[in-house]
Design a binder for this molecule. Structure first.
Ligand SMILES: *Cc1c(COP(=O)(O)O)cnc(C)c1O
Length: 433
């Protein structure tokens, strides 16, 4: 079984993505190659929006977390689909604005935004700046004053929920570099301060409890905790917080072991909880924002490599080397992330071999994965790593001065380059002798 629904095997036994033959793509554009399925990306956007409409009367905004995969074409798709957009740096903001993305639908995140980034966000009219700490609030208030405007903000709150374990516990999360702690009263004091800032409009509160989360419970719990704070602010400060941003982190299927929850179930359950708590506490229903990143982009992407050498170390393991590696996909090196692979030109054969896929970088840890079941491969075969649409291209580097691969978008049976392959000239472009 293939992990994403846009993948199939055609009559030649070749892997297809969005109906396009991956072996032909490798031949046409070369390898390594990122391939993104525009149809599936759009389908994900529509499905998140439909859930928001169905269960919350459309009183919210689905913001794509662009750090998952950001380029002009992707921002254009989000614009087209009527999505909001999260950015975490001036580079991401610049990319979004370069395609005419409306600034009021942009959220600017980050735990250490520079003065330049804050100024850029304020000047561009970014709709929500998610303020991470008091130092940032003070700087933003001053910058907004200098420009004679009011900055619209949300506060990033650590709701004290550990979503990385299945049995989530409400401790430990104080130890995070992101946001204001709830338990210590830090968050409440920040709200008090923001209300008194002349050039700040506190629109809402934000939390993001983690990534690749498969349970709905932590999200529900987070919504409950956040509404508790909104209620306390109303009671004790007489201030009504209008917006609640519940972040992203929805899990996706990387391998068959992963069982993601449908977005519909998530929105249904969380919306019901928000309505219940608001009724109980006499609060107006907040405008809700959610921020899916991985779940929009990851299943839509694959990476194609050409197989090089196959090195058998008896009784230990078999290495299959590919023409990319941690430079285009550092996720195994970073977090031992699991992926499924296919030999794209032999995708109808059984996976009778087990290999460690190694990259070409000078680093022992440069692996795409270990103990991976795969069809028997020979040099020259095309190896596809599945579900690489998020945090692969966006985390790529030029380690070993390896040019970054091209990104190709497929749609309705056609393909087009959306990010050009880097050249050797690009590698030395900024060097000065
Ligand atoms: C990374 C991030 C997201 C997206 O997370 P995914 O796991 O990719 O859905 C959303 N919001 C914030 C604030 C983030 O940092």
């Amino acid at each position: 079984m293939l992990v994403s629904k846009n993948l199939a095997v055609n009559e030649s036994g070749h892997l297809t993505v969005g109906g396009v033959d991956t072996v032909s793509l490798a031949k046409q554009y070369g390898t390594p190659l990122y391939v993104m399925d525009e149809g599936l990306i759009r389908e994900h956007c529509r499905s998140f929006k439909a859930s928001m409409d169905r269960y919350y009367g459309g009183e919210g905004l689905v913001c794509y977390a662009s750090k998952a995969f950001c380029c002009k074409a992707m921002c254009k798709i989000m614009l087209d689909e009527g999505m909001g957009l999260d950015v975490v740096s001036e580079g991401e903001l610049y990319t979004a604005l370069s395609v005419g993305f409306p600034a009021e639908r942009i959220c600017f995140h980050g735990n250490n935004k520079t003065d330049r980034e804050l100024s850029y966000a304020v000047e561009s009219g970014v709709g929500r700046i998610i303020v991470d700490n008091i130092f940032e609030l003070e700087r933003l208030d001053r910058i907004a004053a200098e420009k004679g405007v009011k900055a619209r903000i949300m506060f990033r709150i650590k709701p004290g929920i550990d979503a990385h374990t299945h049995n989530f516990v409400m401790t430990g999360q104080i130890d995070s570099k992101f946001g204001f702690a709830l338990e210590t009263g830090e968050a409440f004091e920040a709200v008090r301060k923001a209300i008194s800032c002349e050039n700040i409009e506190l629109a809402g509160l934000h939390c993001h409890i983690g990534s690749q989360i498969f349970d709905i419970d932590p999200f529900v719990k987070a919504a409950e905790v956040m509404l508790g704070l909104i209620s306390q602010i109303k009671d004790e400060l007489g201030y009504e917080v209008k917006e609640l941003n519940l972040g992203g982190g929805f899990g996706i299927r990387y391998t068959e072991e992963d069982c993601p929850v449908e977005y519909d179930r998530y929105m249904e359950t969380v919306s019901a909880k928000v309505k219940e708590v608001c009724a109980e506490k006499g609060l107006r229903l907040p405008y809700i924002l959610i921020e899916p990143g991985r779940s929009v982009a990851a299943p839509a992407g694959i990476t194609l490599y050409t197989v090089g050498g196959r090195k058998v170390i008896p009784n230990i393991r078999t290495y299959l080397s590919v023409d990319g590696g941690m430079c285009d996909n550092p996720r195994y090196a970073l977090y031992q992330s699991k992926y499924d692979i296919e030999i794209a030109n032999k995708a109808s054969l059984p996976k009778s071999d087990t290999v460690t896929v190694a990259g070409k970088c000078c680093e022992t840890g440069d692996l795409i994965g270990e103990a991976m079941p795969v069809q028997p491969a020979e040099p020259g075969d095309i190896l596809a790593v599945l579900a690489t649409g998020a945090y692969n291209y966006s985390m790529s580097s030029n380690y070993n001065r390896i040019p970054k691969p091209a990104v190709v978008m497929v749609k309705d049976g056609d393909s087009r380059i959306v990010v050009k392959r880097e050249t050797l000239e690009d590698i030395i472009r900024n060097d000065i002798e």
